[in-house]
Every structure is written in structure tokens, then in C-alpha cells.
Ligand binder design. Structure first.
Ligand code: UDP
Length: 320
């Protein structure tokens, strides 16, 4: 297949490109580098089945040749990034998603929307099931991301219902791994950076809020399965192992043999108190569940940061 991936230079987008190429497909990647990085796709420079186009998908663009599938992975995704770029975030979820859907329609291609667990907002149903409609503040600081993705889901369903596009929607929960930006503010790179440098680990609030972390290769495998399925309604993809943020800080400290202290900071506004995917649907429909243990995934993530020489050498994670 020839597959167009928007957000190809992003964290998840670039891993998806790698996997699609490894599966023998041709990939056309699009990115405007608002939050993506050239470094994430630099290794593909001599890959004949990979082409890259620097494009802002909120603006008109032409795509020559046949296209079998379109994956819409473009969006700022870390709270720090979307709080810095709220209008671009709303634009890419609305106008950008519309252009990608139009591309799929024009080419007779299938379409995969990369949505988010943020559609559930600060969820009152736990763990989150796909049938839950969520608890989103429409005017809070996170609304630019939440509502952008909720609109993108609605647009995707409308193109399916009115234009018969073969669509899929992935609701992606917290994902981590190599190619995250060390300074993107998210908890995994922040804690690893702090633990390995010996700086204080910044726990927001009292650390009782929960998250569930999925290693990127597991997530990408779920995306590939979903893209080939006939499931039109959203499917949760994430790792159901849930930890409080304080437990997570302590785990990272122990695994890295770090002497870092813990420093409590103010909880950001509308920070969800709990998040854990119910993945029964993904198990049943896709035969999918995560394979990589948290400790193993964290070890691989640290190895990447050290290889990039952006972190000092430290006790190999997992040996402490
Ligand atoms: N968090 C934290 N310290 C940090 C960064 C994040 O305690 O230095 C918390 C944050 O408040 C949230 C959780 O970790 O409860 C996950 O935050 P992240 O930004 O990774 O993603 P989110 O799940 O909020 O989209």
C-alpha cells in the first residue's frame, strides 16, 4: 500500500512510518515541524519507499499518485506544546483533519484518525470505556486539544456516514518511548531527565492522580491492526497498568538508582485525576494488548536519551 501519514516527524508518527515501511508499504510523510523534529525521520533519508513533504495540512496541498490509506497523526500533543499553540492545535484538528479526510475521499483511501484519551476529559467513569462521552471543560486551558480531537472524531464519523469513507478512530492513552522530546514537559521525559541528572523530581499536586503508560511499539502495533479493521467507532489503545504519579516518580527513582528528592508543585488546571484505558474492545476486535513491561520500556527510553547524548550515563535502568 501507499500510505500518507501527517505528523510523520512527530513522536508517534515517526514510529508508525518505521513500522509501515518495515511491513513493506510505501509511505509519504507530511509535517510542518511545529512540534515534530527532523531528527525523528533523518534515518529515512535514503529509504526509497519513504518520501517526505514539508506541509502544513491546514493549508491546501496537492498529493500526486495513488493513495491507499491516510493516517492523521498531526497535532501538538503534549500539554506544554498545545498550551503554547492553542490556535494551531484547534486548526489542525478541524481544518487539517478535513483536508486529510478530503484526501482519503478523493483517493478512495481508508482513513485512520489518531484521537486521544483527552476526549474523556477528567473522567467520571473509571476505567474509561469507549461508550463514555467524557467530562470535558470546553473553555479551560486544555480545551484547545480536547475539543479539537472531539471535533476531529465527529468530522471523521460524518465523512464515514455521508461520504462512505472507510474510517477508524484510535483513542490513544499516554504513550512513551524513544523520540519523545526531553523538554516537552510530559511526565516520562521530565522524570527521567530529573532522576538521571539528580535534580528534584517535580510531582504536580499531591501525586495521587493516575496515568497508565503504553510503550510506543505496542501502540503502533494497535494502530496498524485498527487501520485494517472494519471497526468504525473509537477504540481505546493504551496500557491498562495504572499508577499514581507519585508511585511513578518513586519507580523511576528506584530503577535509575537516583538520589533525587521529590518536589511538589501546583497541579495544572483541569489535570485529569485518573486515567486508565478499558481495552476490552481492542482485545476482542483487534486481538491486541500491550506486550512491553513498563520497566523494559523505560530502559529502552533511557538508552535512547543517552545515545542522543542528551542525558548523562547512569546506572542501567532496571539493575538497581
Ligand atoms: N506531571 C508531573 N510532573 C511533571 C510533569 C507531569 O507530576 O513534571 C503529571 C501531570 O500533572 C499529569 C501527569 O503527570 O498528572 C501526566 O502528565 P503529562 O503531561 O505527561 O500528560 P497528560 O496525561 O496530562 O496529558
Amino acid at each position: 500500500m501507499r500510505i500518507v501519514v501527517s505528523g510523520a516527524a512527530g513522536f508517534i508518527g515517526s514510529h508508525l512510518c518505521d513500522r509501515l515501511l518495515a511491513d513493506g508499504h510505501a509511505v509519504a510523510g507530511l509535517d510542518n515541524f511545529l512540534t515534530g523534529s527532523r531528527r525523528n525521520i533523518a534515518h529515512l533519508a535514503n529509504e526509497p519507499r519513504f518520501e517526505f513533504h514539508e506541509r502544513d495540512i491546514t493549508q491546501p496541498f496537492e498529493m500526486k499518485g495513488a493513495v491507499d490509506a491516510v493516517v492523521n497523526a498531526a497535532s501538538p500533543a503534549s500539554p506544554k506544546d498545545y498550551l503554547e499553540h492553542p490556535i494551531e492545535t484547534l486548526d489542525v484538528g478541524s481544518a487539517g483533519t478535513r483536508r486529510m479526510l478530503e484526501l482519503a475521499l478523493a483517493k478512495g483511501a481508508r482513513f485512520l484518525m489518531m484521537s486521544t484519551s483527552e476526549c474523556y476529559g477528567d473522567p467520571l467513569v473509571h476505567p474509561q470505556v469507549e461508550s463514555y462521552w467524557g467530562n470535558v471543560n470546553p473553555v479551560g486551558p486544555r480545551s484547545c486539544y480536547d475539543e479539537s480531537k472531539r471535533f476531529a472524531e465527529a468530522l471523521t464519523m460524518a465523512y464515514h456516514r455521508k461520504r462512505s469513507v472507510r474510517t477508524n478512530i484510535a483513542r490513544i492513552f499516554n504513550t512513551y518511548g524513544p523520540r519523545m522530546k526531553l523538554d516537552d514537559g510530559r511526565v516520562v521525559p521530565a522524570f527521567l531527565d530529573q532522576a538521571l541528572r539528580g535534580g528534584a523530581m517535580t510531582v504536580f499536586g499531591d501525586g495521587s492522580q493516575t496515568r497508565s503508560f503504553c510503550y510506543v511499539s505496542d501502540l503502533v502495533d494497535g494502530l496498524c491492526r485498527l487501520m485494517m479493521s472494519d471497526e468504525r467507532y473509537p477504540v481505546n489503545l493504551g496500557n491498562p497498568r495504572e499508577l499514581t504519579i507519585l508511585e511513578f516518580a518513586e519507580k523511576i527513582r528506584a530503577m535509575t538508582g537516583s538520589k533525587s528528592g521529590i518536589e511538589f508543585r501546583e497541579l495544572p488546571e483541569d489535570d485529569p485525576k485518573q486515567r486508565n484505558p478499558d481495552i476490552s474492545k481492542a482485545r476482542a476486535v483487534l486481538g491486541w494488548e500491550p506486550q512491553v513491561e513498563l520497566e523494559d520500556g523505560l530502559r529502552r527510553t533511557v538508552a535512547y536519551f543517552q545515545l542522543q547524548a542528551i542525558l548523562p550515563d547512569a546506572t542501567p535502568v532496571g539493575t538497581a
